[in-house]
Design a binder for this molecule. Sequence first.
Ligand SMILES: Nc1ncnc2c1ncn2[C@@H]1O[C@H](COP(=O)(O)OP(=O)(O)OP(=O)(O)O)[C@@H](O)[C@H]1O
Length: 354
Amino acid sequence: MAKITLKELRHSYMPDPKVDADYALQQLDVDWDDGGAYALLGPSGCGKTTLLNIISGLLTPSHGQVIFDGQDVTKLPPDQRHIAQVFQFPVVYDTMTVYDNLAFPLRNRGVAEAEVERRVRDIAEMIDLKDTLQNRASGLTADGKQKISLGRGLVRTDVNVIMFDEPLTVIDPHLKWQLRSKLKELHQRVRTTMIYVTHDQTEALTFADKVVVMKDGQVVQIGTPVELFERPQHTFVGHFIGSPGMNVIPCEVRGGRAFYQDAEIPTWNAGSCGDAWDLELGVRPEFTSFSDSGIQVDVAKVSDAGRFRIVDTRRGDQSIKLLVPEGGYIPEGNAYLQFAQDHTQVYRGGWLVN
Ligand SMILES: Nc1ncnc2c1ncn2[C@@H]1O[C@H](COP(=O)(O)OP(=O)(O)OP(=O)(O)O)[C@@H](O)[C@H]1O
């Protein structure tokens, strides 16, 4: 296991990059603590695979360093970094038994057979494959094969980090949650540093203790699922995480008070923001409610979402959504909204004003 530090990392696939847009990864400084469960979350093309390949050594960054436990490994090839990877498609040796698949990385490293057996049986128990150890791997379903890929990483004692690249892509939807909770449970047992790459917020939030959110080659926030939900550092995080995402409303700040079309909206941070006219307010649908007074809106649409209803209200072209619990009152036509002040915040150029 290792602490991984990415120091002043930048990467461009171009031979002579000049402007920020030429970089697939903008400058990154990230610490991945030893034994942490991380998710790397972001939309397609934001740079997740590039970052993963730099950590694993498949790609050398244009600038900066990759450091494992204080040792600069930027120039080390992948096989000397002791990383296990689980890809979208399971990598298994179909002609071998499940046992031999799990034993493979240990035998490859010359581990004594008695120790191989002890480790393989231990791991097979953890990943629920102990009854199929003597079966051919070819007979397993996709989730069984993906467990082997995972088991081959867990069985090794020399692994610095296990990296998962969209590992549930080929898993049946009804088995996804099983494998997802299994991964979480395994992390709690083995405490190996794990980095789980995904564009799916549910996968990221259920697996990770800390989520690293990326956008356009930049890390926009690193935080616990609760921090991402309650204090999005960027409107992108507010919008990308949550269902529906955070409401983002244009606003101006005068004398430390935020206004939306001349209606004052209490926030927790407008007091630390100078006067400006091109700002935005962020407030999640969970912290928005109907009221007797406040912002006047029209109720445009109500959608059933199980224990909640999602209400889409409009003020001119602006949509403001809120969640109403089952049985809660929903006015028709004209209505007023209020926002919880300690969860309503001002953003400048997309970034939270602190
Ligand atoms: N080999 C390459 N050569 C040139 N550009 C590349 C190469 N690989 C990736 N890119 C570009 O770098 C940027 C980041 O791509 P990357 O694959 O790292 O993103 P991603 O977040 O992993 O996306 P996805 O979820 O679709 O895999 C994109 O603009 C992509 O087009």
